[in-house]
Design a protein around this ligand. Structure first.
Ligand SMILES: [Ca+2]
Ligand SMILES: [Ca+2]
Length: 160
């Protein structure tokens, strides 16, 4: 009986711990083991990253503390086949100021269609869940990005 009580208590504590974590962290913290491992490898290092596949896997398309107005062109951190390819993204930027990454559907930061990733969200392990502000799917559709202040993003534009 004592053993049973103990294990129930342990279970109860584990559940409580998960609930507490769920409240304190974004939903992504419980998903995306690949992204989680990548995050743990470098932590908050000031960069934005994007990968070709789900869960921060496959080709690492780019890593930068800067902006890139065209992921298709032959200059900057994202080039060539990096355009229209990202399926998972990470914001490990330093908190404060322009700490949100806006990902755009068009080149040159055209703000008719974008999605914003807050530093506190850390990453999106599966962009198939998300849409740009014009309704277009974000998966395999990002072609430029820029660091912006959170106030530059519409309330419904934050991705997770
Ligand atoms: Ca992809
Ligand atoms: Ca480029």
């Amino acid at each position: 009986m004592r053993k049973l009580t103990l294990s129930l208590t342990t279970l109860g504590l584990a559940s409580l711990g998960c609930v507490a974590l769920g409240l304190a962290l974004p939903a992504t913290a419980h998903a995306g083991p690949g992204c989680n491992a990548n995050w743990n490898a470098h932590g908050r290092d000031g960069n934005v990253r994007a990968w070709r596949d789900l869960d921060c896997q496959g080709e690492l398309l780019g890593v930068t503390q800067g902006n890139d107005p065209d992921w298709w062109d032959a200059s900057g951190p994202f080039q060539g086949s990096d355009g229209d390819a990202a399926t998972s993204v990470m914001n490990s930027g330093f908190v404060g100021g322009k700490d949100v990454v806006a990902f755009y559907y068009h080149v040159q930061y055209n703000d008719t269609a974008y999605g914003c990733l807050k530093p506190g969200e850390k990453y999106v392990d599966d962009l198939t869940r998300n849409h740009f502000t014009n309704g277009a799917r974000m998966n395999d559709n990002i072609v430029s990005h820029a660091w912006v202040q959170a106030s530059a993003c519409a309330p419904n534009s934050f991705i997770s």
